[in-house]
Design a protein around this ligand. Structure first.
Ligand SMILES: [Mn+2]
Length: 414
């Protein structure tokens, strides 16, 4: 028995387009990945499809998203696969909502706000799950699922937040669950949605987050896809399949002293991007920050950042590139230079003072307060200080680029 586990499809939700040429592809990406899930099921003869929530991005999804899911469900039904959906915080089960009025189908179970178990007697399985009843579910739903009857292998399908699981930034703690409880419970598999990074939190039983099969923006990096599980007697194997048509990468390179020429930079970026092989066509979007002292500063600073980005994008074969070189500077020792009695030395010394001096930073913060973006204004004080220090870093690079007479003769700092 093969099982497909995919979550957080966010059908109808946005996918960022870091490049204008990507608009059509980004708009299509979530539908494309759903088609791939169906095609994968066909190729690998999947008998059971588990979709633990946030299938839709919103409780009242747009027509295109509804049609896409109906088409996929029809295809799964046609190949004889049973489908289980456990709605999450983005697409909670609401009376009068999209799930309550979803057309019934023999092979389809949409879990509602009451915990439920479904017996698949032919396969000796028990599939249990339940839906979020609001967009801020606060109960630990994992404790409410009916355990498998004796002799049945239990599969739990749930959208839940495990606080201890690695995640990008903060996650809303909806339907909080405790890993230890899942590990010691009666189910052989926990098929989980909510956290967008695919991960395995336990082997016996298997505790799996599917992750999202398509990242929403440059912050959702790494392989995105679905788990293909195989149930053989009591043993459950798991294989992760990358499926996303658009893969996002985020790279900070700040140790560029050793890179002597642009080809070396391209090779380094290629090496660090680490794109896993996918059986499907994949485009790559990269956010690249180049920072710190580098002998490349001259060749990269000769043209506009847009021109440099265009050349790198072409060379790297990327679909999109967001390039930040604001903190790139000449291969000079800023600390040594700050002792020099010239304009550059004095400027660098002042910056170093401001960076180390909380009062000076506070004054700078006050000075900038009115012109700060609302996002920056909302940051907690600690993070706002870190952000300001980042600005000083960029300013130092700017000063070095503008005032350093480097790359030649009497350069005492090189
Ligand atoms: Mn969610």
């Amino acid at each position: 028995m093969r099982i497909l586990l995919a979550a957080d499809l966010h059908l109808g939700g946005p996918v960022a387009e870091p490049d204008a040429a990507l608009t059509a592809q980004a708009a299509q990406a979530r539908h494309t990945v759903l088609e791939r899930l169906v095609e994968l099921s066909r190729r690998r003869e999947v008998g059971l499809v588990l979709l633990p929530g946030d299938v839709f991005h919103a409780p009242e999804p747009p027509l295109g998203a509804v049609l896409a899911l109906q088409k996929a469900l029809a295809a799964w039904s046609e190949m004889g696969a049973k489908v289980f959906i456990a709605p999450g915080n983005h697409d909670p089960w609401l009376a009068g909502g999209v799930w309550a009025s979803w057309p019934a189908d023999e092979g389809l179970t949409i879990f509602g706000p009451e915990a439920q178990g479904v017996e698949l007697a032919d396969h000796g399985l028990w599939v249990a799950g339940m839906a979020h009843a609001t967009d801020r579910e606060s109960r630990d739903l994992s404790r409410l699922l009916p355990p498998p009857p004796p002799g049945r292998t239990g599969l739990a399908v749930l959208h839940a937040n495990i606080a201890s699981a690695p995640k990008p930034g903060e996650h809303e703690p909806y339907a909080p669950a405790v890993l230890q409880n899942l590990l010691s419970g009666p189910f052989a598999l926990w098929a989980l949605g909510h956290i967008h990074i695919p991960q395995e939190l336990g082997k016996h039983p298997r505790v799996l987050y599917a992750g999202t099969p398509q990242g929403a923006h440059l912050g959702e990096t790494g392989p995105k896809g679905a788990w293909l599980l195989e149930l053989n007697g009591g043993a459950l194997s798991a294989e992760f399949i990358p499926l996303a048509p658009l893969m996002f990468h985020d790279l900070l390179l700040d140790d560029l002293m050793g890179l002597a020429n642009p080809a070396a930079l391209v090779a380094r970026v290629r090496e660090d991007m680490q794109a896993p092989a996918s059986p499907w066509p994949q485009e790559h979007c990269l956010r690249l920050k180049l920072a710190g002292p580098s002998p490349l500063w001259r060749v990269l600073g000769r043209e506009t950042p847009q021109a440099v980005a265009a050349s790198l994008k072409r060379e790297l074969g990327l679909a999109g590139l967001v390039l930040d070189m604001n903190s790139l500077c000449p291969p000079a020792d800023a600390q040594a230079l700050s002792a020099r009695p010239d304009v550059l030395g004095r400027t660098l010394a002042l910056m170093a003072e401001a960076e180390a001096d909380d009062e000076a930073l506070a004054a700078l913060e006050q000075e900038l307060a009115k012109s700060l973006h609302p996002d920056q204004r909302r940051l907690p004080p600690e993070e706002r200080r870190a952000w300001l220090r980042g600005l000083l870093d960029e300013a130092r690079s700017l000063a070095l680029r503008g005032l350093w007479q480097g790359g030649g003769e009497n350069n005492d700092a090189a």
